[in-house]
Design a protein around this ligand. Structure first.
Ligand code: SF4
Length: 207
């Protein structure tokens, strides 16, 4: 049974309830994993993806598959540095299963997205991330109201005290990354992210 309190004061209790969440299953949606919730260790940067894939669902950890490796390569971060730098969450947090067409994974429905936004909203309140990186079109739409990655990769947005720098989904499933010009935009976006991370590091060092 899903448990959601009316308010949370610490990430530990929020995450404990999130790990037990079955709200979408209770609403009749077919999910194929339990929630993927990364342990919170004080990260001030927040990576916001679409939904876990099959590998993440099995390992119960975000960005474990090929797309995760690509993302780390783009950002020039090894695994340890990546997870120490970013708290990784997503629009929905359980593996949604294959798409009915058999091509790729099912896109979470608007109702599932809405049910899962509860967890993100509380995370933002408790973590107050300085840097947010939406990954893929759905994440950019949910967070920034943007229509597509084409209009936002390479841009930097101010959002309620945070900086948001979107990236396309690294799976390359859309074909958007096939264009050299678009790959140049990704390099520019990653340079912006690295500059923000440097500033975050300086701010942490300065207390
Ligand atoms: S996708 Fe989100 S809201 Fe739905 S069951 Fe999983 S954790 Fe809960």
């Amino acid at each position: 049974m899903t448990r959601r309190r009316s308010s949370y004061r610490v990430m530990r209790s929020l995450q404990r309830d999130n790990r037990g969440c079955r709200a979408c299953v209770e609403a009749g949606f077919p999910l194929e994993s339990l929630p993927i919730v990364q342990p919170y260790e004080g990260q001030r940067a927040y990576m916001f993806g679409q939904a876990p894939g099959i590998v993440e669902g099995e390992e119960r950890r975000p960005w474990r598959g090929r797309a995760g490796r690509t993302l780390r390569r783009w950002l020039q971060l090894d695994e340890d540095a990546f997870y120490a730098t970013f708290y990784c969450a997503s629009v929905t947090r359980c593996y949604p299963g294959k798409a009915p067409s058999g091509r790729g994974d099912r896109t979470p429905t608007p109702r599932e997205q809405q049910l899962c936004s509860f967890w993100r909203e509380w995370e933002f309140r408790l973590i107050r991330p300085r840097l947010i990186v939406p990954v893929g079109g759905l994440a950019a739409r949910r967070l920034l109201g943007l229509r597509s990655v084409s209009e936002c990769v390479g841009e930097r947005y101010e959002r309620e005290g945070s900086v948001a720098i979107p990236l396309p989904h690294p799976s390359g499933a859309s074909g958007w990354l096939n264009s050299p010009a678009n790959r140049g935009l990704v390099e520019g976006a990653c340079a912006l992210i690295r500059a923000e991370l440097e500033q975050l590091g300086d701010a942490s060092a300065g207390g």
